[in-house]
Design a protein around this ligand. Structure first.
Ligand code: FUB
Length: 447
């Protein structure tokens, strides 16, 4: 009995690669991720993103997208994400060019006990390593192992596959090649069952890609990134049929404020809330081909139209009070509070929050105190001169939870401070600079 338990544990460690990753935006902070296809399988959300890497001499094209494999991530609460490791690589797909570094945006869907992963890449022998086609890999579990098919899907040329299965069981494949395309899939999920059609009814001006279709209350929503001006924004069109005709219905996310040229979306409902998954260039602000996936809540109007999603750093999910709360992933802040990388040479280390003005504040929502009697706050900070911060509830003048003095010095130090009142079960925390200047906070935590 003991032996079996040991082997099960070992198997779990090897196959699960259970790296716990942080919440908030971006969701994944130890590697670049893009083009998130989120799916609800059982009681977990799985994300199948692209995996951006930096091109190096002889490996990929400098200054362009560079992707050699796919990871899958999953979470039961949208807060704690597990990296299940590499599920497909360009070197293990029989038909793919093993050196094209073009494993672009994938998708995955469940049917008849199997998970079908769709991915675009360039085939062996394709001219100049260009000309994308789309392949399928099959698994018994959402995190693999995935077995790629011997050949790509016949009759499909393009990128950004998306699969939708309607209530009647008919499956559809959507993809992009400058414009958006759709075709029915056969029951085996591996072959087209109809000729591809171009979904031309939508704005045809400039590039459209990244189709993602979902159904709600009998309405088919086709979402897609579109270059209406200089960079991509997320738009959607609606129809009463998964093959269209689709009518343009609006913008669901504006162009990125940071200037990230691409965006790429998926939309799911999980535990009665709708979510938009998308990407930005959080961890690589100077090179927007190294992207990071994000998630924010999405809401519908009464007439079924989608409310525009305003991107946030706080993202979704609840943060446990006992964890390191990265307040730089804030819900709201005073305009004088600055967010910057801890170390620009090591961006995966994250960010810090800098307070320079007395009274300036930052708010971090949805911290879970879980009814436990926390007694202390820990603050990881440094300061130009001695500084004092206050931690309050709700707003800059709300109930005082703790006062923390930060000593002068550039070294990062953790200091402990007693709580002067008890927080509620779920609290919105506000940090206010009471005195001093140049105070930097890396994280806070409660004990
Ligand atoms: O990730 C490479 C490409 O960038 C995707 O296929 C597009 O949707 C865009 O996000």
């Amino acid at each position: 009995m003991k032996k079996i338990k040991f082997w099960l544990l070992l198997l779990g460690c090897v196959s699960g690669m259970a790296t716990q990753l942080s919440a908030q935006n971006p969701l994944i902070r130890d590697q670049f991720t893009a083009d998130p296809s989120a799916r609800v399988f059982g009681d977990r959300v799985y994300i199948y993103p692209s995996h951006d890497i930096k091109a190096t001499p002889g490996h990929g094209r400098p200054g362009w997208f560079c992707m050699e494999d796919y990871h899958v991530f999953s979470s039961a609460n949208l807060t704690d994400w597990t990296d299940h490791g590499v599920i497909i690589s360009q070197t293990t797909v029989p038909w793919a060019d093993p050196a094209s570094y073009s494993m672009w945006a994938p998708d995955c869907i469940f049917r008849n006990g199997k998970y079908y992963m769709y991915f675009p890449t360039t085939a062996k022998g394709s001219e100049n390593g260009r000309g994308f086609t789309i392949g399928v890999a099959i698994a018994d579990k959402p995190y693999g192992p995935f077995t790629p098919q011997q050949e790509p899907i016949k009759g499909v040329h393009g990128i950004d596959p998306n699969v939708f299965i309607d209530k009647d069981g008919q499956a559809y494949l959507y993809w992009a090649q400058g414009n958006l395309y759709a075709a029915k899939l056969k029951e085996n999920m591996l072959e087209l069952a109809s000729e591809p059609v171009i979904l031309t009814e939508m704005p045809v001006k400039a590039l459209k890609e990244g189709p993602y279709l979902f159904e709600r209350k009998g309405v088919y929503y086709l979402t897609y990134p579109h270059v209406a001006d200089k960079i991509e924004r997320l738009e959607y069109a609606i129809s009463n049929n998964p093959m269209g005709p689709f009518k343009f219905a609006g913008v669901l996310m504006d162009e990125s404020a940071s200037g990230c040229w691409t965006n790429h979306q998926s939309i799911i409902q999980f535990k009665n809330q709708w979510y938009l998954f998308y990407h930005n260039d959080d961890l690589s602000p100077n090179f927007d081909k190294n992207r990071s996936i994000r998630c924010d809540s999405l809401f519908f109007n009464h007439d079924g139209t989608i409310k525009k999603v305003i991107p946030t750093l706080r993202g979704v999910g609840i943060t446990k009070a006992s964890e390191k709360i990265q307040v730089d992933r804030y819900s709201d802040k005073d305009s004088t509070v600055q967010i910057s990388f801890l170390d620009t040479a090591k961006r995966f280390d994250g960010w810090k929050t800098t307070f320079n003005n007395t009274g300036s504040w930052i708010r971090y929502n949805r911290v879970d105190f879980n009814g436990k009697k926390f007694k202390e706050i820990q603050v990881m900070a440094n300061a130009e001169g001695p500084a004092t911060i206050e931690v309050r509830l709700g707003n800059a003048t709300g109930q005082l939870l703790a006062t923390a003095n930060i000593g002068k010095g550039s070294n990062w130090q953790v200091s402990q401070h007693r709580l002067t009142s008890l927080p509620p079960k779920i609290a919105d925390l506000v940090i206010v600079l009471k005195s001093g200047t140049g105070a930097n906070i890396d994280w806070i935590s409660f004990k």
